[in-house]
Design a protein around this ligand. Structure first.
Ligand SMILES: [Mn+2]
Length: 305
């Protein structure tokens, strides 16, 4: 039986999940195909596979549902009926109940990261998989682990995802190529932070403070938002040139999921994302910032402070 692994492409949890499934496939001798997905292309992959494969095993990991996935429910239903689908995730599934009625195995916990769930399910006694899961957990839960954060920088540097997954799946957690990608990315990161600093504004929204900044594309939303969070404002918004928005908070009273929903996005209370239909440039970003703040003010989601 052939195995198809669809998992998040942007962080150690997603690529770690890929690596553990790859190790599992090596052990069972199954042919594996990896799909490096994000929320904007998951629906497309589902539609494509629903037309192409039958009688195979599909593992979806570290990806929650979103409105685009809901809109491809028929294709997903077809995919689940014709194949053996396991969906492993740790995001908030409130609102995704329709999907869970389909013929699929759903493994979920918000206490663990996706790679840990994948490891427990597929490689429960394998030490290398346990180590991958441990590193993914450290990064996902923002814990201290030098290696986990260095690996995350390698991913953020644009390192080839399949090569990365292959190395991890062989128990190779660091090598010369990783080192080179990592050091190059340190210089890019410094530039990215300087740019963020120069394109940042602090707003007052219904009594809450918000640091918002325009980021270069190569600075990941995790790194950019962590940088802004250090400013100590109640919440932060990272804005990307393509209109992508990333929300994080310092103040637990703020529900970021609700704010992201104002812009057609979603996520969790503690971390959420959205996208506006507008390119954000050096020229228009102050107006874009203002209109984002205005929309939050008008919505009243932060009222009651
Ligand atoms: Mn994750």
């Amino acid at each position: 039986m052939a195995l198809h692994c669809i998992a998040h492409k942007k962080d150690l949890d997603g690529l770690g999940s890929h690596a553990i499934v790859r190790r599992f496939a090596r052990e069972t001798g199954e042919h594996i195909t990896h799909y490096f997905a994000d929320y904007d292309d998951l629906a497309e992959i589902i539609v494509k596979l629903s037309k192409e494969i039958k009688g195979e095993k599909i593992i979806i990991a570290d990806l929650g549902y979103n409105s685009r996935v809901l809109s491809t429910k028929d294709a997903l239903a077809e995919l689940c009926t014709a194949n053996e689908v396991t969906w492993i995730d740790h995001h908030d599934w409130q609102g995704g109940e329709e999907i869970l009625k389909l013929k699929l195995r759903f493994i979920h916990s918000t206490e663990l990261c996706a790679a840990e769930l994948v490891q427990r399910e597929f490689m429960p006694h394998d030490e290398v998989s346990q180590e991958i899961a441990r590193l993914a957990h450290a990064h996902d839960f923002r814990e201290e682990s030098e290696l986990a954060w260095k690996l995350y920088d390698v991913i953020s540097s644009g390192y080839n995802k399949l090569s990365f997954v292959e190395a991890l799946s062989r128990g190779e957690f660091w090598n010369e190529e990783f080192e080179e990608a990592y050091s190059k990315y340190q210089r890019a990161k410094e530039k990215g932070y300087a740019y963020l600093e120069e394109h940042m504004e602090v707003f007052n929204v219904n009594g809450y403070t918000c640091a918002m900044a325009l980021s270069k594309k190569y600075l990941s939303s995790t790194l950019a938002s962590l940088y802004l969070q250090e400013k100590g404002t109640d919440f932060v918004i990272v804005v990307y040139p393509d209109g992508k928005l990333s929300f994080r908070r310092n103040n637990p009273k703020i529900n970021l999921r609700k704010i992201a929903q104002l812009f057609g996005g979603g996520g969790r209370e503690v971390a959420a994302g959205a996208k506006i239909d507008e390119a954000v440039t050096e020229e228009n970003y102050p107006q874009v910032f203002r209109s984002i703040i205005d929309r939050i003010l008008r919505s009243g989601v932060l009222n009651g402070s």
